[in-house]
Each structure stands twice: as C-alpha cells, then as structure tokens.
Write a protein that binds this ligand. Structure first.
Ligand code: DX5
Ligand code: ZN
Length: 211
C-alpha cells in the first residue's frame, strides 16, 4: 500500500505540535517537512530548531525535504534535530555524490529530489547511495500548485531504472485523489500532500482518499 506523507507546509503554523499529533492519529506514515531557505526557492519556512522542537510530538519518521542552496552545512543540523530522512535537490548540490555520502554518515536515510525539468539520468550513477527518490511534480517553493503531468513518465522511468534496488519513489506537489491514482499506477511508493490533506480539516478522510 502507498505511504502518505503529509506536508506541514499547509498546517497551522501556530499549532504545529498539535497538527503533527492529529496527522499521526489520522494514519499518516511519515511527516514531510519542507525546509525553504529563501534562496534556492523564494519562500522561507522551517529551520532545524523547529524540527527539534517538534520531535517529541510523534514517533513517525520525519521526512525532511531541503529546498536550500548548498545543503552540506545544514545536513548535520537537521540530522541532530531528529530528521529520519534527509532529501537534497540534485540541482542544488555542487558535488551530489559527496553530499549523499554525508547524509548517510550523519545517520539519516538518504534522499535526492529532482525538479520537473531535471532528467532521471542525473541520478543514474548515485543510485547505490539512495534510500528514496523524490520526484517534484510542481516547481518547488509553494503549496497548492497544479500537478505537472509530464512527471508521470519520469516516475515510470525511475521505477525501471532502480529495478530491484531497495529505493522508494516519492512524489511531491499537486497530489489529490486523481493524481494520486496516476502516480501509484506509474510506480510511486510514497505520496506527499499538503493542500489535499488539510482541506476541510478531516485529515483521516483525506489521507484515506489518497490511498
Ligand atoms: C513544494 C513542497 C511540497 C508542497 C506540496 O515546494 O515541496 O511538499 O507542500 O503541497 P501541495 O500538496 O499543496 O501541492
Ligand atoms: Zn516537499
């Protein structure tokens, strides 16, 4: 069954601890934390101190998506704050292979993300370093954008490329019950969703709707 990773980008920022507890009770498989630095993407969100403060509120894995320029210096910060999975953007790393090794050295699971315009070929030679591949189905920076259909082909290509390696494919951006079904059919293992989980306030119903 597909895993659901709610993005707290759409949560009530004044009540993040409560929101995370509610997501766990509603059946979320992990908590997706969108870290934006105002440089790599225009928006600005959470730092490692926020991740640390949220850690006691749930046992669910923290799936930290770093939308930051040159993430190397931040990897230890987020690993120490309690991130279970750290994902960097292939496009934001000067030496991707080295950065991926460093995530592992700090004890977190290793993720790499690809923007809509980036080919899956970019990560062919780092597959052995990876636990997770995050396909961005919108341009990173904001919630509530429309799913970019061309990414379905990328998901199937990645699925083929990884073969029997133990790597999970995660899709992020514009996920709703309709696009969720298309992503699952293309080979997605984990779906990130913000807007479609928080809309209306019934998190359980919305999570189940995506599955
Ligand atoms: C976008 C973030 C996403 C975003 C998804 O830059 O990486 O995780 O929160 O939001 P929705 O589900 O609203 O597209
Ligand atoms: Zn994200």
């Amino acid at each position: 069954m597909v895993k659901i990773a709610p993005s707290i980008l759409s949560a009530d920022f004044a009540n993040l601890g409560k929101e995370i507890k509610a997501l766990e009770e509603a059946g979320a498989d992990m908590i997706h934390i969108d870290v934006m630095d105002g440089h790599y993407v225009p928006n600005l969100t959470f730092g490692a101190a926020v991740v640390k403060a949220l850690r006691p509120y749930t046992k669910l894995p923290f799936d930290v998506h770093l939308m930051v320029k040159d993430p190397d210096k931040m990897i230890p910060w987020f690993a120490k704050a309690g991130a279970d999975i750290i994902t960097v953007h292939a496009e934001a790393c000067s030496h991707l292979d080295k950065t991926l090794m460093s995530i592992k050295e700090y004890g977190a699971k290793v993720g790499v993300s690809l923007n809509p315009a980036t080919s899956e070929e970019t990560i062919r030679y780092v597959l052995d370093r990876l636990d997770q591949i995050l396909v961005m189905s919108v341009n990173p920076g904001f919630g509530g954008q429309t799913f970019i259909d061309s990414q379905l082909e990328k998901i199937s290509n990645i699925k083929q490329m990884i073969g029997d390696k133990a790597i999970e494919i995660e899709v992020d951006g514009g996920i709703n019950p309709m696009t969720a079904a298309e992503c699952i059919a293309a080979g997605a293992d984990i779906l990130v969703a913000g807007s479609s989980i928080f809309v209306g306030g019934d998190y359980k119903k919305n999570i189940n709707g995506l599955r």
